[in-house]
Design a protein around this ligand. Structure first.
Ligand SMILES: CC(C)(COP(=O)(O)OP(=O)(O)OC[C@H]1O[C@@H](n2cnc3c(N)ncnc32)[C@H](O)[C@@H]1OP(=O)(O)O)[C@@H](O)C(=O)NCCC(=O)NCCS
Length: 376
């Protein structure tokens, strides 16, 4: 039996701005429509699905209570499908995809829905103060604030404000073009927010002006370089992939979108957490014997323009293959959803361009990086 893990469906919600279109929509209600769409679209039922693996970074308040299990109960999956909620901060749903594909490759499972969610409007980022006291002694916690780590990357590796703003401007332009040309339509499942069907990312600035970006004040450090224009947006959204074995896909007559290849997670110095993709991607390259030029497309999460640019430069990624439809600076970064959103966008774009190989990677707060490769 072929246990190669494959992706047969890949969906996401359009992303909302903080306190925007999803302010009244709970995380479960962002997630359930994706799960139900996968089932109705494939004709599968809960009897066919072995598990729901769901990433979420801020697992407290209404995102506590093992969100994944609540989603199985509220969705068409039903009581027989278990659910586990996974936390690797910004790579939480990447970890869901990794855990799903590893379990399938090992022959332990046949079909898993892997994804994640974050409603940052309803459960605010960084409000957990119950940190272990030794962390206060061993680390300067203020320096580990995400925005400060972006400033540290900019300073240590000499990434200028101008370069960051140029990059962020490009991200907005690419995301706007992708939206206007309908590039995201196949991947977005509309969400009813009680007033309308949300079908487009709310944070994209279709009228972005490079000149106006020069005027934006820095947020985290007075003499710094990181502004609301070149940082990822605080946002709400969910993403999901149906991961199965190749044998299961064939048996159920499901078209394979992509094969899941190697994955890697690595730790880095927490003060420069944004460099995490560098060792994660390099580890995959070493283990596969591939070169970065062997990949046709790379999706690297734009947590901040400073770390995105430094990672791109260090990994030697060609601009024409890199975040071709923009990224989190424009689309938004709902923490627990992003690790699956990157593969969703990557795989749809690989299909549209008819290319063979892609990689999705992100940095993670407190110093980690994750990467997953996909091929067709
Ligand atoms: C940077 C950050 C603090 C900004 O938050 P914010 O101030 O609420 O952001 P806003 O979107 O309201 O933008 C602030 C202002 O800049 C303006 N602005 C933002 N981007 C702009 C752009 N590209 N061009 C022109 N103006 C822009 C907004 O219109 C707004 O103007 P206003 O005050 O006149 O309304 C927030 O986005 C953040 O923390 N991002 C990082 C999140 C994070 O750490 N994630 C984890 C990463 S690992």
């Amino acid at each position: 039996m072929d246990t190669t893990p494959v992706v047969v469906r890949a969906y996401r919600t359009a992303h909302g701005k903080e306190d925007g279109v999803y302010a009244d929509v709970r995380s479960e209600d962002l997630s359930v429509p994706l799960v139900n769409e996968i089932l109705s679209d494939t004709g599968l039922s809960g009897d066919d699905v072995d598990d729901l693996m769901w990433g979420c970074a801020q697992q407290r308040e209404e995102q506590g209570n093992n969100l994944a299990r609540i989603i199985t109960l509220l969705s068409d999956l039903g009581e027989s499908v278990p659910g586990t909620t996974i936390n690797r901060w910004c790579a939480s749903s990447a970890q869901a995809v990794i855990s799903a594909s590893d379990a399938i490759r090992a022959g332990q499972r046949d079909a898993i829905i892997a994804g994640g969610v974050e409603n940052m409007s309803r459960v605010k980022m960084g409000a957990n103060t119950a940190m272990h006291p030794r962390m206060n002694e061993d680390y300067n916690l203020a320096a580990l604030q995400m925005g400060m780590t972006a400033e540290e990357v900019a300073e240590r590796y000499d990434v200028s404000r101008e370069a960051q703003d140029d990059y962020a401007f490009r991200s907005q332009q690419r995301a706007s073009e992708a939206t206007k040309s309908g590039r995201f339509e196949d991947e977005i499942v509309p969400i009813d927010n009680g007033e309308k069907q949300v079908t487009e990312d709310e944070g994209i600035r279709h009228d972005v002006s490079r000149e106006k970006m020069d005027e934006l004040p820095t947020v985290f450090k007075s003499e710094g370089t990181v502004t609301p224009g070149n940082a990822s947006q605080i946002s709400d959204g969910a993403s999901a992939l149906l991961v199965t074995s190749e044998a299961f896909a064939k048996e159920h007559d499901l078209e394979i979108m992509a094969e899941i290849g190697n994955n890697s997670v690595q730790g880095v110095e927490p003060e420069v957490m944004g460099i995490g993709p560098i060792p994660a991607v390099r580890d995959i390259l070493e283990r596969t014997g591939r070169d970065i030029d062997d990949y046709d497309l790379v999706e690297l999460n734009e947590a901040f323009a400073s770390q995105t640019l430094y990672c791109q430069e260090q990994l030697g990624i060609d601009d024409e293959k890199f975040n071709v439809n923009g990224g989190a600076i424009a689309i938004g970064h709902p923490l627990g959803a992003t690790g699956a959103r990157l593969p969703v966008t990557l795989i749809h774009e690989m299909i549209k361009r008819d290319v063979d190989r892609g990689i999705a990677t992100e940095c993670v707060g407190f110093g980690q990086g994750a990467a997953i490769e996909f091929s067709r």
